[in-house]
Ligand binder design. Structure first.
Ligand SMILES: [Zn+2]
Length: 314
């Protein structure tokens, strides 16, 4: 069932609303809540969750007789609905970042009311999942991000079957994120970071779609899921395992390296060319042996820009 999470009016246009999907048997609280598009230009997550909603709705309608949705799932595919329309990360009217507005308020500005409605709808779920991407300039391997995790979150982060789990401490600065607000509530909270902003990367989206279905299967929310034995090995990375290469000079960075590949120390990952003469200025190589977890996709570099990140196996 699609319902409106929040309806808003606008001064000189029709009102607009944030739709959400409630699928599966009725209950007071969803077993799992999934959110994407807090940032309007992060299309991978929006695409994945809209496809997941379609899939689970079909399951509920009996189109997959082997599958049974036994608990309630709540999906909000695009929180920043207006930003999606005009491809902006922030809320178009006042340029505010919705993921800096939590816990929000019912009487505040529009983005505060949005934050409040999203938190209210999702916070009591046993499992809460928030999808993001890197910026439009950088590509991240599809990964589970844990922020100051509990023992259960560490253990269950492997249920997605994704190649990388990255652990970070919960930021003492950005306490106004959805993640920070979720962490106060009982239950488990996960962020999934998928690829790069501003585009749909089909490979990554398919992988994460499968990861979500696998997670729903393994937590018993969706019965009958055949878990393929082809799970990638999940590697657990802390912050200290990350090695970065930043640009020593400005130029044009070009690379055909793919995130998610294991690389050798010193392996060539791309080149920086002089933007006018076309000469190679710098060969970019892996700083250590490990998993290539992030790479710059915008070719124009300034000195100091992050180019690649390789995570060493711990
Ligand atoms: Zn984001």
């Amino acid at each position: 069932m699609i319902r409106d999470l929040l309806c808003m009016t606008a001064p000189v246009r029709e009102g607009f609303d944030i739709p959400c999907h409630e699928i599966g048997p009725k209950s007071h609280h969803p077993a799992v809540s999934l959110v994407a598009g807090l940032h309007g230009d992060e299309i991978n997550g929006i695409f994945i969750l809209s496809r997941l909603a379609d899939f689970l709705t079909s399951v509920e309608a009996g189109k997959y007789p082997e599958l049974r949705l036994v608990r309630r799932v709540l999906i909000i595919p695009a929180v920043n609905v207006l930003g999606v329309n005009i491809r902006t990360r922030t809320w178009p009217f006042d340029k505010s970042d919705i993921n800096r507005m939590f816990p929000g308020s019912t009487i505040g500005e529009t983005t505060q009311r949005i934050a409040c409605a999203v938190l209210e709808a999702t916070k009591r779920a046993e499992y809460r999942i928030d999808l993001h991407t890197a910026s439009a300039d950088f590509e991240e391997i599809p990964q589970v991000r844990l922020y100051g995790p509990s023992r259960e979150e560490r253990e269950h982060s492997h249920l997605f079957g994704l190649a990388a789990v990255m652990e970070r401490s919960l930021s003492p600065v950005f306490t106004t994120t959805l993640m920070s607000s979720w962490k106060i509530w009982p239950g488990e909270s996960y962020a999934l970071r998928v690829g790069q902003g501003g585009t749909v990367q089909l490979d990554h989206c398919q992988r994460v779609f499968r990861a979500l279905v696998t997670f729903l299967g393994r937590t018993g929310i969706l019965e009958g899921v055949q878990i393929a034995g082809e799970d990638e090995e999940t590697c657990y990375f802390d912050k200290a395992s990350a090695f970065r290469v930043c640009a020593e000079k400005a130029g044009t960075f070009v690379s055909d390296s793919k995130v998610g590949r294991w690389v050798r120390a010193g392996q060539e990952l791309g080149y920086i060319y002089d933007s006018f003469s076309g000469n190679v200025i710098e060969k970019v190589v892996a700083p250590v042996a490990g998993l290539l977890t992030g790479i710059r996709r915008h070719p124009l570099l300034f000195e100091g820009d992050l180019i690649v990140r390789v995570n060493r196996k711990v």
